[in-house]
Design a protein around this ligand. Sequence first.
Ligand code: ZN
Length: 322
Amino acid sequence: MRYSRHLNLDRPKINRKDLDINLIIIGCGGIGNNIAYLCASLGIKNIYLIDGDIIEISNLNRQTLFFEKDILKSKSKVLCEKLKKINSQINIKYSSKTVDQLNIDNILNINNKDKTIIIDATDNMNTRFLLNDYCIKNKIKFISSSTIMTTGYVYSHIPSLNNACLNCFLENKKSNASCGIEGVLNGSLFMCASIMISEIIKIINKEYNTKNIPKLIKFNSYDYKIQLININKNKKCNTCKNKKFIHLDNKKEMQFCSKNFQKKFNKKDYEKVKKRIKSKKKINDLNIGFSFENIIVFKMGKILIKESTKQRANIKFNQYFT
Ligand SMILES: [Zn+2]
């Protein structure tokens, strides 16, 4: 009964046994929330949610499964708990770490490559190219997406078809990485997730083949436009042609738009720390502690510093807590 509305469909045909795949969703924000909901309610058997970020009030206009009471909690953990309440018959797990080139193998820890699809629901180009490198190198199916303002893109790479990778057509766009300052219309994220669930079903149903390779899907949710764009493989592509995985092999620390760095202090010192910082900075009182600038200090002895690199977070930590 649960799935009857899907099983009754003529097109696409959805067989329950084909949904026994491993779906890894990287990024639990605007796109991640909606695609995770669609996958869980469709009955995809194994879902793994990865995001190192915490929920903020500015997320609630578009990150559907986050509520006011969830603010300051881990995005991936909260999303995991909500999805388990929606569908208790599937396996859902999470990691509250931010994927980078040093930890990607450990966090993803993929056992069955053929049964795995990686979903890029991230908000930055650095992670997007890292995932592209990882999926090309390890021959894993990959669906990438991005949404900004009212437009967005979805693109699938299928190793057995050897179609163009992201680097084939985005190589020169790296410097245009956006941190979302332009804003995004919440409905665009729903449209993006709707297209992505169709891509997932097409991949599961093996609808893509050498005569029907994935196209770049460009949409605008406000102008009601969808374009399918043919993407040619770049014969000089460093990633899929020359197998140079510069993002995976990069030993330098990755730059993020923002990332939460966690620090600890002795919780017995909480009041002392609070008094000291209050004398210098304007602080906001919270149930669980207090916040100032991009820093949250928890009564339990934890500090979250939102910064672009670990080095910058360490400077902030030394400035206020040592
Ligand atoms: Zn390529």
